[in-house]
Design a protein around this ligand. Structure first.
Ligand SMILES: [Zn+2]
Length: 274
């Protein structure tokens, strides 16, 4: 069967499975099996609720596997959103070998260690003033080595001295100044980490819901300090949403969180800077 998945669906599927493209069928199966084994409903049979949450996740993993399998089968160009911490440059896309074909959308890679991607606005330590830098990419010498954030201005800074700026998170309502005309709407780094955790451990859903509620409070305070009405409305709405989920059953909560993260991730992917 060969339905044609969208590039953003493929990027999300790769993210859920923890894969970095290019991926072959063997790697896909290994990643899928490792995750499904960990979350199989039978392993979580201690309570009916846990088993139900695990079943929801297993369904999501099965869908992700199907999406990536379709991608491999149809030999489509890989989206880059699940890219690792290698050097990533917005301005160095590969040459298009067949100029008469429409160029695939240029999507900036996401650094899985920092959650940053080219085009993000950041502040550099000591975070004084309203001076912003634009991220060009990230670079590292290995998994244990520090990550360097490359800046459009030509410099670089260690990732622990870089803070995301001028953005609002559509999942938790966290935001950061300074106020600019076009703030970036993107999942905050904490929400990206929580998406991964949720994927591996459905039992974490309640803790993650509480963390989201806490971040919505922080977002509310920050938006008030900034005097930004758009950020303020979003943080209020996300707080209401997180509070409503207090009453949700385990499976509903897990599904609601996965859906919210998934929607935010796809929209963010679709609005990649060029
Ligand atoms: Zn967030």
């Amino acid at each position: 069967m060969s339905r044609r998945p969208s590039a953003s669906a493929c990027a999300r599927a790769l993210w859920l499975l923890g894969l970095t493209p290019p991926v072959d069928a063997r790697e896909l199966n290994a990643a899928w099996r490792a995750r499904v084994t960990r979350t199989h409903p039978d392993l979580h049979a201690a309570t009916e609720r846990k088993a139900a949450a695990a079943a929801t996740l297993t369904r999501a993993l099965n869908e992700a596997k199907e999406t990536v399998a379709d991608w491999i089968e149809q030999d489509l160009p890989w989206p880059d959103a699940a890219g690792g911490p290698q050097v990533v440059r917005l301005d160095s896309g590969p040459p298009e070998p067949w100029p008469e074909r429409p160029a695939p959308p240029q999507v900036a890679r996401l650094c899985t260690r920092t959650g940053l991607r080219a085009g993000d606005l950041v502040r550099i330590w000591p975070y004084a003033g309203d001076e912003l830098e634009t991220v060009r990419g990230t670079e590292t010498d290995g998994d244990d080595a520090p990550v360097w954030v490359l800046l459009a201005s030509g410099g670089a800074a260690r990732s622990d001295r870089v803070r995301l700026a001028a953005y609002g998170c559509p999942v938790c309502g966290l935001c950061a100044g300074p106020a600019v005309d076009l703030p970036v709407v993107r999942p905050c780094p904490d929400c990206l980490v929580d998406l991964r955790r949720l994927e591996g451990r459905p039992a974490e859903a309640d803790r993650i819901r509480r963390a989201i509620e806490a971040r919505s409070e922080a977002g509310l305070a920050e938006a008030t300090a900034l005097g930004d009405g758009v950020f303020l409305d979003r943080a209020r709405e996300r707080r209401r949403w997180a509070r409503r989920l207090r009453e949700a059953g385990s499976e509903d909560l897990h599904a609601a969180l996965l859906a919210a993260f998934g929607r935010a991730f796809e929209r963010w992917h679709a609005t990649a800077p060029r």
